[in-house]
Write a protein that binds this ligand. Structure first.
Ligand code: RB5
Length: 149
């Protein structure tokens, strides 16, 4: 089964103010994997609303403007909820290797959500690498993912 994106494809990133620093770090990791990065904001530390940024990335992914997304807020919870309200988005909130891997292998996740206040920077980088290195497993998982809508 195929990977989510191949080198040269574009990956969108976005965060609220709580995730802006980690977003920049994660963007560097994504670029190091050979992907182009589209940064949909926020920039700077001014307080913003995470739903706006989760939705923006999800809409880009579902419209096919980018292949995948990585979104960051304080916990990863709010921004993943926002992304998952866009039909066709499958945002995976991951805190560990197993979650990042299963979110691709079993759930065909197309967006990775991270919590800047709950995981270490090295963990976040590792989760990005794991997410993009794991193909969707297909088979028995395909019908289940189809039922997600
Ligand atoms: C912002 O303070 C915080 O609520 C947000 O980053 C996120 O954790 C929401 O789920």
């Amino acid at each position: 089964m195929s990977l989510l994106a191949k080198p040269g494809d574009t990956v969108a990133v976005a965060s609220d103010h709580a995730g802006v620093e980690l977003k920049g770090i994660v963007a560097g990791e994504i670029a190091a994997l050979g992907f182009k990065v589209l940064d949909l904001g926020t920039q700077g530390s001014a307080s913003v609303d995470y739903p706006d940024f989760g939705r923006a990335v999800a809409e880009h992914v579902v419209a096919g403007k980018v292949k995948a997304g990585v979104i960051v807020c304080g916990t990863g919870i709010g921004i993943s909820i926002a992304a998952n309200r866009v039909p066709g988005a499958r945002a995976v909130l991951a805190h560990d290797t197993y979650g990042a891997r299963m979110g691709r292998e079993h759930n065909d996740g197309n967006i990775l959500a991270l919590g800047a206040r709950v995981i270490a920077i090295d963990t976040a980088k590792h989760l990005v690498r794991e997410f993009f290195a794991t193909p969707f497993g297909g088979g028995r998982h395909a019908g289940r993912v189809a039922k997600l809508g």
